[in-house]
Write a protein that binds this ligand. Structure first.
Ligand code: AMP
Ligand code: ZN
Ligand code: FE
Ligand code: FE
Length: 289
């Protein structure tokens, strides 16, 4: 097969309304293309359902599309997000897990809605109205319903108040532990990368990172607005020592977050390594020309 080429700049972490972004997949691709990105990945939470629409939009814009997903995982109380590039979307074990997580997200949102409804005027239908059919439901949709009802100004206010894990309404979601999640992604031919690995909760314990690396972890998203020093510095050293993959991306959510396409990008050499390593699905390249 002829060498397939992609062009930078590359933004490999984007959300559509198949999870908690605010735009349909094709619109996301158009928006990031307008910001000058030429290689992109759609990484909706726990679903691959936006791939076909995104790939088609990318093709028509001469943008290279890398199939992706952001898989929910959990270490003790804290949530861990794993970017999963080039996975086989039909892998039975991976599908069983993401189906289970999406179902539990729905149950959990319902329970949170019931709790919130004791104190605020809010119905389950309000929340459903903020989602698209079959979308991965999350706290952002509850936040949008609270905004529409006038209980909070925006998602940020909802997250720091009513939806906070420290509040009375919060319910944890079911998610696999990070080692299991990494194993499932790698088992589905994918490339597992820890998303925003140095956020406010700090870097995961070294022993856990080692077990994740043993399970097939490929690298870390070092360029992300939520990452903090000195965690990033520590992870940069680890990446250099073990020759791991380092990415940078925006985590664009449309109007759902201030993150702008291309605010962090991934170097071409790293994109190349992801493409070389992933075997579960293939990038969609622009038509030759
Ligand atoms: P959940 O997975 O349902 O608990 O919700 C977490 C999701 O909400 C994450 O994927 C974030 O993208 C999003 N999120 C977290 N904090 C905020 C915030 N302050 N504003 C908007 N979205 C947020
Ligand atoms: Zn999100
Ligand atoms: Fe995330
Ligand atoms: Fe994300």
């Amino acid at each position: 097969m002829a060498l397939q080429r992609f062009r930078g700049p590359s933004d490999l972490h984007l959300h559509s309304d198949r999870s908690d972004g605010t735009q349909p997949p094709a619109e996301v691709i158009r928006a990031v293309h307008q910001h000058g990105l030429r290689t992109v990945s759609l990484t909706d939470h726990d679903t691959t359902s936006g791939w076909a629409e995104a790939a088609q939009a990318a093709t028509s814009l001469d943008v290279t599309f890398l199939p992706g997903m952001e898989m929910s995982a959990k270490h003790e109380w804290r949530s861990v997000h794993l970017l999963a590039y080039l996975v086989d979307p039909d892998d039975a074990a991976l599908r069983a897990m993401t189906d289970r997580v999406r179902t539990s997200r729905l149950d959990r949102a319902r329970t949170m809605a019931d709790r919130i409804a004791r104190d605020y005027d809010l119905t389950w239908d309000d929340i459903l109205a903020e989602t698209t059919d079959g979308a991965t439901v999350g706290r952002p949709h509850i936040a949008d319903a609270l905004v529409r009802r006038g209980h909070v100004r925006d998602r940020t206010e909802a997250f720091s108040g009513i939806l906070s894990p420290r509040g009375d309404y919060y319910v944890a979601l079911f998610a696999p532990d990070p080692v299991t999640a990494v194993g499932l992604i790698a088992g589905a031919g994918g490339v597992p990368i820890v998303a925003h690995p140095a956020g406010r909760a700090g870097v995961l314990p070294r022993a856990l990172l080692e077990r994740m690396l043993d399970a097939g972890l490929a690298g870390f998203e070092l360029g992300h607005r939520e990452n903090l020093e000195p965690g990033v510095r520590m992870l940069r050293r680890l990446v250099a020592e073990r020759d791991l993959i380092a990415t940078g991306s925006s985590d664009y959510h449309g109007a759902g977050k201030p993150n702008m396409p291309g605010e962090h990008t991934t170097e071409d050499a790293m994109v190349q390594r992801i493409i070389a390593r992933g075997t579960g699905s293939t990038p969609v390249y622009p038509r030759a020309g």
